[in-house]
Design a protein around this ligand. Structure first.
Ligand SMILES: *Cc1c(COP(=O)(O)O)cnc(C)c1O
Length: 370
């Protein structure tokens, strides 16, 4: 990590805001427990800081995507429940047992392999497993025809200790989408056909679809990190991330100059341009070219020209001279320029902005109760 003097930008991650978001989400669940999804290095924010902060906020169950993420998390949280979405890979069963990771079983083949492993384990302890039913995502999980087979032949589960039956919503961020209702109905039906077991369906947005979607355990990720769970409505989540870019140079410009690669921005009048030390190599997406914005306090200035690998250019013509000088910091994500706005300007979602945040930033962690 670079020092604050040498860095091109400072990324501040507010662990107290993550803890507050966890408590807010948990408070919306009547009865259900609340897990936390910390895959992809806690959505780019640093699992090693984020997971212990969530644990201190009372979270006991975590989900990751990959086995290796689970192994990393186990070192941080010796007692937590750790579930691995992507499930088994051939021959990896002993790794799950060694690190006490809960595999999410995504097919009848996975179920067969895990049941065989449990059978062979004898007296040595084997973790429980989750059963993932695909109710409309068509990605991972038992497809409907495999759910039918399992419902007719429940002995296929053999000695498996099932922790949760789970499924995942495709359109939870569109409350009016008819697929939500169809998925929850399919989930209830499939669950009813298996022996009664704890169930989990809702991601962040799913929590806001209401109690019908809560079941026994919710699995939020994005909302913990400040992404708005219901797009288009006021965001109830605390902002977690601030990204402050450093100005390297400020220059006077006039027509007919152009800015950046491809000369895509033409200077129309006398003004000033500020060059900031952040680019697409840092996860400031190239699709923000000529569409993004940055903030000096509550004053917004546009990104002009193309985003290049290490630099962006801001039109600061309308600012007083004292406000944009070399060495000054400008909010690329901040109180007046939230994550979701940056994402919308880049034509993407907050999830992609977070998980793209670069390794060249100077990172500062605030709070966390450590
Ligand atoms: C990533 C993921 C989640 C968390 O989703 P968010 O939208 O970030 O809350 C929950 N469940 C599954 C299966 C996932 O892959």
């Amino acid at each position: 990590m670079t020092s604050v003097e040498h860095c091109g930008a400072i990324l501040t991650i507010d662990l107290d805001a993550i803890a507050a978001n966890y408590r807010l989400l948990r408070g919306r669940l009547a009865g259900a427990a609340c897990a936390a999804v910390v895959k992809a290095d806690a959505y780019g924010l640093g699992m090693e800081h984020v997971a212990p902060a969530l644990s201190r906020a009372g979270c006991e169950t975590f989900f990751v995507a990959h086995i290796d993420e689970g192994i990393q998390l186990r070192r941080l949280l010796p007692d937590a429940g750790i579930h691995v979405f992507n499930g088994l890979h051939a021959g990896c069963e002993p790794v799950f047992a060694e690190h006490r990771l809960v595999p999410v079983l995504n097919s009848l083949g996975d179920i067969e392999a895990w049941a065989r492993f449990c059978g062979r384990a004898g007296a040595s302890p084997v973790p429980p497993a989750d059963i993932h039913l695909d109710t409309g995502m068509t990605r991972l999980g038992l497809p409907p025809e495999e759910v039918d087979v399992l419902a007719g032949e429940p002995d296929r589960l053999g000695p498996i200790d099932v922790a949760y039956v789970l499924s995942h919503l495709a359109c939870a961020d569109e409350p009016g989408h008819e697929l939500n209702r169809r998925q929850v109905d399919a989930f209830r039906k499939a669950r009813g056909a298996l022996a009664p077991r704890p169930a989990s369906l809702a991601n962040s947005s799913g929590i806001f679809l209401g109690p019908d979607y809560h079941f026994d355990l919710a699995r939020p990720g994005a909302a913990l990190y400040g992404v708005a769970p219901v797009p288009g409505e006021p965001n109830p989540m605390a902002q977690v991330v601030r990204l402050q870019g450093k100005i390297l140079q400020v220059r006077d410009v006039d027509t007919p100059q152009t800015v950046g690669y491809g000369a895509t921005h033409r200077i129309a009048r006398r003004g000033r341009m500020a060059t900031v030390a952040v680019g697409y190599a840092d996860g400031y997406l190239r699709s923000s070219s000529n569409s993004g914005g940055a903030n000096f306090g509550d004053i917004r200035v546009p990104v002009v020209g193309r985003v290049s690998m290490d630099l962006i250019t801001l039109d600061v013509s309308d600012l007083p001279h004292r406000m944009a000088r070399p060495g000054d910091l400008v909010d690329l994500i901040g109180p007046h320029n939230p994550l979701d706005r940056l994402a919308a300007d880049a034509g993407t979602i907050g999830y992609e902005i977070l998980t793209s945040l670069g390794s060249r930033y100077h990172r500062v962690y605030k709070g966390g109760g450590a």
